[in-house]
Design a protein around this ligand. Structure first.
Ligand code: F6P
Length: 464
């Protein structure tokens, strides 16, 4: 079997920056450890002067990482990736903060990734590039003569062409990503939006649902919804009920129903709208025996919009408690600190309601984790944004429009009041949608689509 070369911005180097690795890295780690290969990307370090990649071999995986200079980090990561592409891709154009030099740096860092990667490549490698930080990498690799099968997977949504075109520089980036052989998306809507943008902005022609023609080449498009290992997560959640964090939380609730939100502190997550919905629910029916725990892990604090959001949330949380609280009761607990994934699994199992209401999200694996963590005999209810990719697979959740705060308040109340039979029926349908999938099967299905002949004999994945 040929070697797999994964390229992503974050790399979970063992004993390195794994704590910051995030959903993408968690999804790929098991696959890479089993299959072996090379994982190339940013080290997580910001240094004074740029150097060559450092390679760490752990078992069958080589982790090759590059440090970024302060100027590279500011322009490529903070400026263009998170200040322009992220809000554009999530349909939040008012949050775009564009500077021409950030786009130049973004492209330069993509070229530097290519320059450092090319000497490490072997003739029969399969290359798999990940996410919006590296949109111009497929083009940069081809420009350096790389002809290996190259796939690209977008973990986040892709908006309609009009919305995509607001990002200065996007036309060239779409052209660059079209140099890949296979481009994967979380949902059919993302794929179709990208195909329209590729036609409108880059002159590609759609030849079939899953195929574009561009510059005389065929580019395949696929849908690969990201998955979790639901059975493993369920076991973790159950085991965590005996651990101190879950026991302390349960004791502190003293019989109150728990509503739980777990997010990065990010403008796409719809946190102000969510808190407002909770506040309206309490205004309609005061003094309910409920507690809302919102975990909001600080993220991308160099970006102004994220710092403003933190200030806004701190103010709303204070206002909710001063307005609705009682001498003996604090309705909202907000933690602006990351929590361990296994600890959160236990909290999810304790919760009566999981609140996952992003304004827009590629997939949102927290929604799947909440379902997996439930006790099948007495499951909690998932309140899920219809604009999360997960909604396509979990229609039995209580689906809400996060812009309709009244509607969300009603859904939160309905979730709290839902009879056991209905909770069980909804949970069983959601569980059936996620139980058999694994991140490894998700990865294998992408790799099989990239290079079918290379993966004969690998078990078929349980994803579309
Ligand atoms: O959703 C895209 C993503 O890369 C996730 O994989 C990850 O959880 C998150 O963003 C992390 O963001 P950052 O790398 O900016 O900390």
């Amino acid at each position: 079997m040929s070697r797999i070369v994964v390229v992503s911005n974050r790399v979970p180097v063992p004993a390195g920056n794994a704590g910051q690795a995030g959903g993408l890295a968690v999804a790929l780690l098991g696959l890479m450890e089993r299959r072996g290969g090379l994982w190339f990307g940013w080290s997580g370090a910001v240094v004074e002067r740029s150097g060559q990649p450092t390679v760490t071999q752990r078992g069958a995986v080589g982790y090759a990482t590059l440090d970024l200079t302060e100027a590279e980090h500011r322009g490529y990561y903070t400026g263009y990736s998170n200040g322009v592409l992220w809000p554009m891709l999530h349909g939040l154009p008012h949050l775009i903060a564009f500077r021409r030099q950030d786009l130049d740096t973004y492209r330069r860092v993509n070229r530097r990734f290519a320059d450092c990667l090319v000497p490490m490549l072997r003739r029969d490698d399969r290359i798999w590039v990940h996410d919006y930080h590296l949109l111009s990498l497929p083009g940069a690799l081809r420009a350096r003569g790389v002809r290996n099968p190259t796939g690209f997977f977008l973990h986040v949504p892709f908006p309609a062409p009009d919305a995509a075109s607001v990002a200065p520089g996007i036309r060239a980036l779409v052209q660059d990503v079209l140099e890949a052989d296979l481009i994967g998306f979380q949902t059919a809507a993302d794929r179709d939006n990208f195909a329209s943008a590729a036609s409108g902005l880059a002159g590609a022609t759609r030849r079939a649902e899953d195929r574009l023609e561009h510059g005389g080449r065929h580019v395949r498009l696929g849908i690969f919804p990201a998955e979790i290992n639901a059975r493993e997560f369920a076991a973790t959640a159950e085991a965590q009920m005996r651990e101190e964090p879950a026991r302390l939380l349960r004791r502190s609730l003293d019989g109150q129903a728990l509503l739980l939100g777990v997010d990065r502190l990010d403008p796409t997550k719809g946190l102000p709208e969510r808190l407002e919905a909770f506040s309206r629910m309490l205004a309609r029916r005061p003094n309910q025996a409920v507690t809302f725990l919102q975990i909001a892990a600080p993220s991308r604090e160099e970006v102004v919009a994220y710092r403003r959001l933190r200030t806004e949330l701190d103010a709303s949380a204070g206002a909710i408690n001063s307005e609705h609280g009682e001498p003996h009761w604090v309705p909202l607990r907000m933690l602006a600190r990351a929590q361990r994934r296994d600890t959160v699994a236990g909290f999810m199992r304790l919760a009566r309601v999981g609140v996952v209401t992003p304004l827009r999200d590629g997939m949102n694996l927290v929604a799947k984790e909440f379902v997996a963590a439930q006790d099948p005999r007495d499951p909690g209810v998932l309140v899920l944004s219809c604009f999360a990719g997960a909604a396509a697979q979990l229609p039995s959740a209580l689906l809400v429009n996060p812009h309709d705060v009244e509607g969300m308040a009603e859904a939160l109340q309905a979730a709290l009041d839902m009879p056991l039979e209905e909770r069980r029926a909804r949970w069983q349908a959601s569980w059936a949608a996620i139980a058999e999938a694994t991140p490894e099967a998700w990865g294998e299905s992408f790799l099989r689509a990239l290079a079918p002949e290379d993966l004969a004999g690998i078990p078929a994945a349980g994803v579309a």
